[in-house]
Design a protein around this ligand. Structure first.
Ligand SMILES: [Cu+2]
Length: 640
């Protein structure tokens, strides 16, 4: 169900909605150096790879103390210098490693997290101070547990930031009783009252979220439970588990005012050709509509390679890109010698994926994604997939490539953001075996099985936890549930730059539905209420809409008349691999995405005050294309 460029332009012409041509959006993309592919090992979890945070026991909880700071790490042997990064480190070791430290939590046992901000007062990336909140200190931070069911004071929302200098945002309320009393420290309380799933924690400070996450303030948070342990013990799910965190970056070839060769590059200029005339002069630095890198990292390193055995593996994938969607498949490499072993033979598919989970834990049943039909694995920014891949029948000595060919922006695409060997439309020629390359993410070398065979058990997944609100795949809405109509909008800001915003269906500014994040809250459900949200996408992009606090069920997607917001086609159910709980939902252009959601609040062992800024329990919902979220595709979600 892809909307073609032609259809989108027709849509824009028919409605008078001003839609930018997405292939004109890219400006001044720096090119990373040509880094040789697959010459370093995929980091796993542990001291040699991505560290795991160590807990102490405190007040019946696992207690962690992290510090956030600047450090350097060699992300590829051929980069001229170690790359300057921001990141979290376990305070007990002080060791910074990209994407570390991972927190592993147990259902029913809370986590108490103290984070001390030691970020330097100058950001390592260009800061556009014209964005709301970005005029404040550039070393503010807010730790958001993405996917967590947590009290609002510990949600790490945009206004709950804390500075290295002991200053706090207007919604910052630190959790009590943590035992750490250092300046610039903030306390979080996570109940862990959810089923097993892969979450992540990342920065969310207003005005600089996209920069802080890109600079490295992001890590994984794995929640375990008994149902999962039972599946692993029975052999239904492989015990060999590999997290794969995907990111796209650009590395500076030459020094500039923000850093030296080998440091992270991020755009500082808006393309003047794309500006709507009549606006204020463009600020410098300026935000951009989306950031798309040219070089792929998996588990924090550039173009890694993994050595696996002829057995089953559980791959847990997180798309941690700022804006890039991924369509993932496995292909055999073109050959076993360099550079043929770095390029896919797209006529020769590798083993299929069996998807067993999403952001919200296990699916109700496994879903086969063989990549050959419509059954591909599409992951928008912040979406996760829990996969089983069986390499038992892959001949020993085979080399496979984890391959992405999603359009960027999605779904219409711009050839200039698609880097790969032999790309004719891209002015950069990627040489075989070398980056820039946004398609070949990971090389997998399959060796013979060592040790015992994989245990064999039927793959039966537990029922959805919590129980679904509607039967998965049924598009009819249950009667009597309040329906909220909302919109995804795109127009221009005071500088003539594209701006994406959420809104209701009540016109506000210039007859558009769009509202700013800073406008008065309109989504104010009562605690415990069940609501249906119908979200009409009036833009040309697919937006991964992320809900704080809650998981949702996707009920349907449905075409609509863009001016009358009236349905023009039948509702279609979500894809089978969306039948479970979700908190990041792809919403396609020209479609209304309907979700059902219950606004349950978590319990806390301390009194949770109302938000001093908004009253109620202050959360947000927003697009997880980070450049959209920041400008200004986010709205308060206030549970009362
Ligand atoms: Cu968006």
């Amino acid at each position: 169900m892809k909307t073609t460029r032609r259809e989108c332009l027709k849509l824009a012409a028919a409605t008078g909605v001003s839609t930018m041509f997405p292939w004109q959006r890219v400006y001044a993309q720096a090119q990373s150096p040509a880094l040789k592919k697959f010459i370093q090992r995929l980091p796993g979890l542990g001291p040699a790879g991505i560290p795991v945070a160590s807990a102490t026991s405190y007040l019946g909880a696992d207690s962690y103390h992290l510090v956030a700071g600047e450090y350097t790490q060699q992300l590829h042997p051929q980069l001229p210098h170690p790359t300057r990064l921001w990141g979290y480190a376990d305070a007990t070791t002080g060791v910074h490693r990209h994407l570390g430290p991972v927190i592993v939590a147990e259902r029913g046992r809370p986590v108490r997290l103290s984070v001390t901000n030691t970020l330097p007062p100058v950001h390592l990336l260009p800061v556009d101070v014209s964005l709301p909140g970005a005029e404040l200190a550039p070393n503010r931070m807010a730790v958001h547990l993405h996917g967590g069911h947590v009290p609002w004071v510990s949600d790490g929302g945009p206004f709950s930031w804390f500075g290295a200098d002991g200053t706090y945002g207007p919604s910052a309320v630190s959790a009590p009783d943590m035992g750490v009393a250092l300046p610039g420290t903030f306390n979080y309380y996570y109940p862990n009252d959810q089923s097993a799933r892969l979450m992540w924690y990342h920065d969310h400070a207003i005005g600089i979220t996209r920069l802080n996450a890109y600079a490295g303030l992001a890590s994984a948070y794995v929640l375990r439970d008994l149902a999962e342990a039972t599946l692993i013990a029975s052999g239904a799910i492989p015990s060999n588990e590999i997290p794969l965190v995907i990111q796209d970056k650009i590395f500076k070839k030459t020094a500039d005012q923000w850093g030296q060769a080998g440091d992270l590059w991020y755009p500082s200029e808006y393309n003047p050709d794309d500006v709507q005339p009549g606006g204020l002069p463009l600020p410098f630095p300026s935000c951009v509509p989306e950031f798309f890198g040219d070089t792929m990292l998996v588990n924090g390193l550039v173009f890694p390679t993994a050595r696996l055995e002829q057995r089953k593996y559980r791959l847990r994938i997180l798309n941690a890109c700022n804006a890039r969607f991924c369509t993932l498949r496995l292909f055999y490499a073109q050959g076993t010698e360099f550079p043929a072993n770095t390029e896919p033979d797209t006529r020769h598919p590798g083993p299929p994926f069996i998807q067993i989970g999403t952001e919200g834990g296990f699916l109700p049943g496994p879903v086969l994604l063989d990549g050959r039909t419509d059954a591909t694995l599409l992951l928008a920014p912040a979406e996760r997939a829990d996969l089983i891949v069986d390499f038992s029948d892959v001949p020993a000595g085979s080399i496979l490539i984890l391959y992405n060919d999603a359009a960027a922006p999605f779904p219409m695409g711009d050839p200039e953001t698609d880097y790969y060997t032999g790309a004719r439309t891209n002015p950069t020629v990627s040489q075989p075996g070398f980056g820039p390359d946004t398609r070949t993410l990971l090389q997998i070398v399959v060796g013979p099985r060592v040790g015992a065979k994989d245990p064999h058990a039927p793959l039966k997944l537990p029922p959805l936890d919590p129980a679904p609100l509607v039967p998965p795949g049924v598009t009819a809405l249950p009667p009597g549930i309040p329906v909220r109509d909302l919109t995804l909008n795109e127009d221009f800001d005071q500088f003539g730059r594209l701006i994406q915003r959420l809104g209701t269906t009540e016109p506000l500014y210039d007859g558009t539905f769009a509202r700013n994040y800073g406008d008065a809250p309109t989504e104010t459900p009562r605690a415990g209420a069940i609501e249906v949200w119908r979200i009409f996408n009036l833009t040309g992009d697919t937006h991964p809409i992320h809900f704080h606090l809650v998981n949702v069920q996707i009920v349907s997607r449905q075409a609509f008349h863009i001016r009358r917001l009236r349905f023009t086609g039948p509702p279609r159910p979500p894809d089978p691999n969306e039948f479970g709980w979700k908190e990041t939902v792809r919403m396609n252009p020209g479609e209304c995405t309907t979700v059902i959601v219950k606004f349950d609040l978590p319990a806390a062992p301390f009194a949770v005050p109302a938000s001093p800024r908004t009253g109620g329990h202050e959360y947000v919902w927003h697009c997880h294309i980070l450049e959209h979220e920041e400008h200004d595709m986010m709205r308060p979600l206030i549970v009362i």
